[in-house]
Design a protein around this ligand. Sequence first.
Ligand code: ADP
Ligand code: ADP
Length: 232
Amino acid sequence: MIQLSHIEKTYDSPSGPVKALKGIDLTIERGEIFGIIGLSGAGKSTLIRCINMLERPTAGKVIVDGQDMTVMSEKELRKARKNIGMIFQHFNLLSSATVYDNIAFPLRLSHTPEAEIKKKVLPLLELVGLADKAHQYPSQLSGGQKQRVGIARALASEPKVLLCDEATSALDPQTTRSILELIQDINRKLSLTVVVITHEMQVIKDICDKVAVIENGVIAEQGTVLEVFTNP
Ligand code: ADP
Ligand code: ADP
């Protein structure tokens, strides 16, 4: 589903170039929950943002669902990104919009008719357990509820891939568990491929099928969760 070949990313900074990724090769199969774990600064965020081209890799190829993202124009990328939902550590909701309007936002951006939007948003509210919160504003919600809105918004354009960027790092352990269960539930119900980046081992152990450990811009180790976390 996702194939990264020899990905390099070098940032220009005032103090000189920063090599964030130094040749990453990774294959993520359809329907898998794939975890990427590493310390702060290891390159996780850069890597996940290369999958949807929020960052353009300096070198290498990114294939998502058979399409090479690295050769696309901005217009082609906008279309391809509908295939890739993303959720964030700090949720990134619009504070002046209701839950309903936050979820509808990407559909309105792509000029979906309101009647069709309603047909998509109402089942998504059910799916994430917020059917009674449609008219509330983000400030009226708990952290876990905000992330549920983030998840529903990410699913609105019916993506095949869900990217989770430290999606539970701002949540308490109990809320984390319920969000991870929701992600697992969605992965099964919608046959969605999920990529999770985190610095928390427990998140990987709880929901991931496979894991890659990233250190200093390279993959130090990868395999099934059992292989990587069972020390001989
Ligand atoms: P992680 O998500 O694992 O914390 P990042 O991908 O955010 O790691 O960062 C990897 C490296 O790239 C770090 O050294 C970081 O300082 C650097 N970096 C990230 N974004 C930028 C940027 N926009 N400009 C310059 N350096 C950056
Ligand atoms: P962090 O992981 O440090 O909490 P966020 O997850 O809040 O940061 O945001 C990560 C980056 O994604 C931000 O730099 C922001 O510019 C970008 N971003 C925010 N909202 C969206 C969105 N809806 N779609 C794509 N990119 C976004």
